[in-house]
Design a protein around this ligand. Structure first.
Ligand code: GLC
Length: 797
């Protein structure tokens, strides 16, 4: 069943049925001012942090999932009938209420038609501004003149805090003080104490937001929730809308809300436009200024056009046309846009991430950078530097880097039991990704402080990351598991060993050797190569279980991920990382990936492990705490699918790689949206697998490691367009049935147009490559041969 479709030309997803299986959301704004909006105008708004800067309320996990939000109620003065400009919250019957929602790149347009009135609301945050615009166009499509009232509604969160608002009511309910100045609502918090704008984390400060309406006179207002909704009213039946007028309430404690009323007459065929502005600052200062600026003719349109151009530019680092329309929709917009949102918001703001994680988780953030590196390398490297400064002098990492309060050089070392074994290993993916994209090899010499004390060059940081895992290693000479490796539910401890990180360490040593060659560090390179050879031999001897690789060794010597066990006998990640790291080759690589297909694959993708845990002690395998088929207990954990796709392409299996790729590609499920349930344009954290009764249902949309690895796997390994040290490698691995594809890649300030032809129906292999007509040997397009615009033709065979 479909609830909408992709509009690639407009770069939008169009929801044509508003009763989606879950609320389907989008992001507006920037990291300075962010908003989540759903297809029914639900969601919330915040300044800088969804946890500490929240000023618009949502009740997480409510029924429906997304209430309240940013509503505009419409009421016919003659009939007294009322509805909302988005289907919810009033929820008129869908046979008489038509609606469409277009989610675009940081804007959303919700349109409806009911009782002869068309309403179209465009929501966005203008570039560089700390305010949200809701532009409403109302059209009378009937033959009679109409008298309408429009009422805005937004509910304010107490104390600008997601937590205080929902749990500390004895406090947060008594610091709101609402006012109205020249028809602009002033939402004040702690208005009697000084402002402290430089100190974002100080909750005890005066703060204000405003709500203004331009384009029509304000004829009434309510700022007290009870006055507007009524004690026994609801968002579907607000008292003021039923009555047809606001009461002029001024909240003094309890719950503040923002309702501005305007009365509009519409002649047949007439369209009127009003604009609501909600932003940070005082009504009398920032509010007035915004109202003045946005009442100018054409400002809303020009701001919207600038916003679209900005975001389209940010997601156009790579465009491609393949034989698969679903892949094309992901490549054109939603794949890169999902990566950008994950990079912007980490795991801090969505309908699921309710503010609990307010900071940059080390491993997650370093991986998120991979999905945006091709598009915004100069911005991404700043975040990478921040993360390097979250590494400790011992080579381990702070579990979370607090971007609002991070003090490199004087952070406290975390307690021993908090170290994860994988954190520093991700730097070996991301540091090379930046250097390959930019050509900036000098980055390796850049000196960056450690979180606790001391400093080192980037290369020095990388060496320390390796040292951390070499010094924390166990009986088999493999890295210790510590409090977790990538898998939060595997606690192998300080004496147990993780095979996944062992493969990451193998990858790190190989990468470090390459980086040392670039940096001219011959001694270090020789050291890394020798370690690598020794380590490979150790891995070959200790980690093979017969038909696949083990997952780890417990402190008591238990082999996890072994055929000897009834539960968790095989894990996905150690098979994919064995290949991805370069360790597994030939027969073992084929056997391991064959076992993955045999034991882990289904139409929903590859399960993280099988069989799921039911009776295993949770001392090490904490996944047992989830229902089988969910999360780390044997679900399809989407983050990991990219590694499987990469591994299969490394083995030349284009058909299998793409089958896996498509299984978790959101757009490929568009016509089965009732099964997947979440947004068909967004990656998710996991998909239920049998034995879950909800097999196929996807959960935790938007923010996970999935989007970036899916993007890397799809563009760099399926399409095979990879930035390399000296140029762009083109090494596609595609389904044999594909006749080819075209792509355009921005690379080091140049544009490269690529045509790939597959006349012999192969899955992998470049027979011929020409750059601007010149035949080159191999499959590397050297950076120093690039002109401003380039044509590359690749013939597979
Ligand atoms: C969640 C965490 C991530 C972890 C993964 C697997 O997605 O954010 O850090 O690697 O779960 O446990």
């Amino acid at each position: 069943m479909q609830f909408g479709h992709f509009d690639n030309a407009a770069k939008e997803y169009v929801i044509t049925r508003p009763d989606t299986p879950r609320s389907w959301s989008n992001y507006l704004g920037s990291t300075e001012f962010g908003s989540i909006i759903t297809n029914n105008a639900g969601g919330y708004t915040f300044y800088r942090s969804a946890a500490q800067g929240r000023f618009v309320r949502i009740r997480f996990n409510a029924v429906p999932l997304d209430q309240p939000g940013r509503y505009i109620y419409l009421r016919d003065a003659e009939s007294g009938d009322y509805w909302s400009a988005s289907w919810q919250p009033v929820g008129k019957p869908l046979d008489s209420y038509k609606s469409e929602c277009r989610h675009g790149t940081a804007y959303t347009v919700i349109s409806s038609e009911y009782a002869g009135i068309k309403a179209e609301t465009t929501y966005f945050v203008p570039l560089g501004k700390t305010l949200e615009v809701w532009r409403l166009k109302l059209t009378n499509t009937g033959a009679k003149p109409r008298k309408l009232s429009a009422f805005t509604y937004v509910e304010y969160a107490g104390n600008w805090s997601a937590f205080n608002d929902l749990t500390n009511l004895q406090y947060s309910q008594f610091i709101v003080r609402m006012g109205v100045e020249d028809g602009i609502i002033d939402h004040g918090t702690n208005v009697h104490i000084p402002e402290d704008p430089k100190n974002f984390e100080n909750a005890d400060q005066g703060r204000h937001t405003f709500l203004a309406l331009v384009g029509a006179p304000v004829t009434g207002f309510d700022t007290d929730r009870t006055a507007f909704i009524g004690t026994y009213g609801s968002y579907a039946k607000p008292k003021a809308v039923e009555a047809g007028r606001c009461s002029g309430s001024l909240a003094y404690g309890d719950n503040g809300c923002g309702s501005l009323q305007t009365d509009i007459e519409l002649a047949p065929g007439e369209t009127r436009e009003i604009t609501v502005l909600m932003g940070v600052g005082r009504a009398g200062v920032e509010g007035k200024a915004a109202a003045a600026a946005f009442s100018q003719e054409g400002v809303v349109d020009s701001e919207l056009a600038m916003l679209k151009a900005y975001w389209h530019g940010r997601i156009e680092g790579l465009t491609a046309e393949t034989p698969d329309p679903a892949f094309n929709s992901m490549l054109a917009i939603w794949g890169p846009f999902n990566c950008q949102m994950t990079y912007a918001w980490s795991r801090a703001a969505s309908l699921i991430y309710a503010g609990e994680r307010d900071g940059l988780g080390y491993r997650d953030t370093v991986q998120d950078l991979l999905g945006v590196m091709h598009a915004i390398p100069q911005e991404a490297v700043k975040r990478l530097e921040l993360m390097l400064s979250g590494q400790l002098a011992n080579g381990g990492a702070m579990p979370v880097v607090k971007q609002f309060a991070h003090h490199p050089g004087s952070e406290k070392e975390p307690p021993e039991h908090e170290y994860r074994s994988d954190d520093g290993m991700w730097l070996f993916n991301t540091v090379p990704a930046y250097i390959k994209e930019s050509g900036d090899t000098g980055f390796l010499n850049k000196v960056i402080p450690y979180a606790d004390h001391g400093e080192a060059s980037v290369l020095g940081h990388l060496r320390r990351a390796i040292d951390f895992n070499l010094t924390h290693s166990g009986k088999h000479g493999l890295p210790c598991g510590l409090s977790a490796d990538w898998n939060d539910c595997i606690r192998l401890g300080k004496n147990g060993e993780t095979v996944m990180v062992a493969f990451q360490l193998r990858f790190a040593l190989a990468t470090y050797a390459e980086l040392c060659a670039i940096a001219g560090e011959a001694g270090e390179k020789a050291w890394a190569e020798q370690m690598l050879a020794e380590f490979d031999a150790r891995l070959a001897e200790t980690t093979w279980d017969g038909a696949w690789y083990l997952r780890g060794f417990g402190e008591d010597g238990t082999k996890f991920g072994s055929h000897e066990l009834k539960e968790g006998a095989i894990f996905l990640n150690t098979q994919t990382w064995a290949v991805f790291s370069g360790h597994a080759q030939g027969e073992r690589a084929e056997t391991a990936m064959g076992s993955v297909e045999k034991h882990l694959s289904s139409e929903y993708g590859l399960a993280l492990c099988a069989p799921p845990f039911v009776e295993t002690s949770m001392k090490v395998m904490r996944a047992v705490l989830f229902n089988p088929g969910m999360k780390e207990n044997g679900a399809v954990f989407t983050h990991t699918q990219g590694w499987a796709v990469i591994a299969e392409t490394m083995l030349g299996h284009g058909d299998r790689a793409y089958r896996y790729y498509r299984a978790t590609m959101p757009a490929a499920w568009n016509d089965k949206a009732e099964v997947r349930e979440i947004e068909p344009y967004v990656y998710c954290q996991f998909t239920h697998t049998p034995p879950s009764p909800h097999a196929g249902a996807a959960r935790v949309p938007w923010l996970s490691g999935s989007a970036s690895w899916a993007y890397v796997a799809g563009t760099q390994y399926v399409l095979g367009i990879r930035a390399d040290w000296n140029g762009l490698t083109i090494d596609p691995c595609i389904p044999a049935s594909w006749p080819g594809f075209t792509a355009t890649r921005r690379f080091r300030g140049k544009t490269v147009s690529i045509t790939v032809k597959n006349p012999k129906c192969v899955e992998k292999g470049v027979a011929k490559l020409t750059l601007n007509g010149e035949v080159l040997s191999g499959n590397l397009v050297p950076a120093d041969k690039l002109k401003d615009s380039n044509a590359v033709v690749v013939e597979m065979g």
